[in-house]
Write a new protein. Structure first.
Length: 156
């Protein structure tokens, strides 16, 4: 995490060490365990932090295993479920079930998916321009258009 001066909706980016706990789930398990796969890109400062303290990634199903994984979060921490470019690879039924599941968990839900992929996210926002076809949302509320790999962000 880096300090930044960006503000959105009256909130300033968190200062200090964030996150205090991180876990992931993937149908294939940890990306670092796959032959030829790199768990993180080799450039860019956010990746440096992620490489220094990689989050454990457990083999699992995003619907079946997420509640148990979320339950292992420290009780004094705010649970944040984050995903980017995940839901386009599952059926519309799984997307809807995931949205309902995450909506019922304590904490917050940050999604970064292609426009129209996520059910329930309000899409009556100005269309994206250029290289920002993903919609970043907090708890189902659109915040910004983003580029798939974080190279662009346009606040709504």
């Amino acid at each position: 995490m880096t300090r930044c001066g960006r503000r959105h909706g009256g909130h300033t980016a968190a200062q200090g060490r964030v996150p205090v706990w991180a876990r992931g789930t993937d149908t294939g398990g940890s990306p670092s365990g796959r032959r030829g796969a790199s768990p993180r890109p080799t450039s860019g400062w956010p990746a440096d932090i992620a490489r220094a303290a990689p989050a454990p990634v457990h083999r699992g199903d995003l619907l079946a295993d997420l509640p148990a994984l979320a339950a292992t979060a420290p009780r004094d921490a705010t649970l944040v479920v984050f995903h980017s470019a995940v839901l386009a690879y599952v059926s519309a039924e799984v997307r809807a079930a995931f949205a309902e599941l995450v909506g019922g968990l304590p904490g917050h839900w940050i999604s970064n998916e292609a426009a129209g992929v996520l059910p329930g996210v309000i899409t009556d926002v100005p269309p994206p321009d250029g290289a920002a076809p993903f919609l970043l949302a907090l708890d189902g509320r659109p915040l910004a258009w983003t580029a798939p790999h974080g190279q662009a962000l346009r606040w709504l």
